[in-house]
Design a protein. Structure first.
Length: 365
């Protein structure tokens, strides 16, 4: 056994503490810390006592001391910026100071978003709250089972049912998951709508697995010539609202898909193993006319793995797919090409988006 070098013990300690960062972040979000600092001004620095004065607590003095420890931890991890504010002379010719805390680029994304007189939770806050849910933590504790029992999902090992069955039984968890899907979809499609021009020649579009039809409605609002059909399971369509230009249809995408010129699959394929993806893509192939196409929106694992945010983001998503869905995974572009050609598609065109490893992939019949 090699002797540890100087600094190895500190590195080991840092690794052991990584799990605490998202949990402390969740506590700070729920205590409204980031919004309180933001409300004081774009460059504001507040002390723990000043932040605590905006938080309901039974003992402000004790609470301020406890919050100080949380704030220091976030500062040490570069999530908050730390400064010192002089408090004046303590009578012994020594100037006392107190720590104050400001937002960094990282923590600014946790501040609630104000638009049109209303306030919405930031996407980053939703993602952190979801990833810190007990259900996700229980799944992470069983991650080794995915190796010991290939084909199993740690989530199902923990709760006895698959992820979507569990959502039907837990409405509060389902609400948070739906919120996560909504903010995630918005982040992805903000880029898609800016960069991708493939909806311009579409006459009719089926959004397969389209949820309550939000994306279809947005596409049609930007491309009024498109006739939109939102297609999902009966229990999902039952809750779908009336949306301008969008019709809803219920069915099972693994059985058949209504005929259409263009089919949209947004973040659907990553839920399933290769065989179920082939079944779905085959149903798409059969539903298309000779000149039809499928528009796939998915993350893609890069061929060369680098230490950057884009790679880390898609590999994090891949990890969560392994936790939640038996066979679910993110794929490389080569893997998407293999799936498509295995069921009869002849050509694939790829349009990388600016952020987050997201790609728009066109599959031609």
């Amino acid at each position: 056994m090699e002797v540890q070098e100087a600094g190895d013990q500190l590195s080991s300690s840092q690794l052991g503490g990584l799990v605490s960062i998202p949990m402390v972040l969740r506590a700070a979000i729920e205590l409204n810390v980031f919004n309180i600092i933001a409300d004081a001004g774009s460059d504001a620095y507040l002390s723990a006592a000043e932040i605590t004065s905006k938080i309901p607590t039974t003992d402000p003095n004790s609470a301020a001391y406890t919050l100080e420890r949380i704030l220091r931890f976030l500062g040490a991890n570069s999530i908050l910026s730390i400064s010192q504010k002089p408090l004046g002379n303590n009578g012994e010719n020594a100037v006392r100071h107190e720590w104050t805390y400001g937002l960094t680029k990282m923590s600014r994304c946790l501040v609630s978003i104000s638009t049109g007189g209303s306030t919405a939770t930031s996407p980053a806050s939703v993602m952190i709250r979801f990833s810190c849910q007990r259900e996700l933590l229980e799944s992470l504790l069983r991650i080794k089972d995915a190796v010991l029992e290939p084909g199993s999902a740690p989530f199902k090992k923990a709760y006895g049912v698959n992820f979507y069955e569990y959502l039907e039984k837990k409405p509060i968890f389902r609400q948070l998951f739906d919120e996560l899907m909504e903010v995630g979809e918005k982040l992805v499609f903000d880029d898609v709508f800016k960069v991708y021009g493939g909806f311009e020649d579409v006459r009719e579009l089926i959004d397969v697995g389209g949820g309550i039809g939000t994306t279809s409605a947005k596409i049609i609002s930007l491309n009024p010539h498109v006739r939109g059909l939102n297609f999902d399971l009966p229990q999902v369509i039952a809750d779908a609202p009336t949306l301008p230009g969008v019709k809803h249809a219920a069915g099972d995408m693994f059985e058949s898909i209504p005929n259409a010129q263009t089919i949209l699959l947004k973040r659907i394929l990553h839920n399933w193993d290769d065989e179920r993806c082939k079944r779905l893509l085959r149903n798409c192939w059969e539903a298309l006319p000779a000149d039809g196409k499928v528009i796939v929106v998915e993350m893609a694992i890069p061929q060369e793995l680098e230490n950057n945010l884009e790679t880390m983001n898609v590999l994090k998503e891949d990890l969560y797919m392994m936790l939640l869905m038996a066979g679910g995974k993110e794929r490389t572009l080569a893997e998407f090409d293999h799936l498509a050609k295995a069921v009869g598609f002849t050509k694939m065109k790829v349009f990388p988006m600016p952020h987050g490893s997201v790609h728009v992939i066109e599959l031609y019949k």
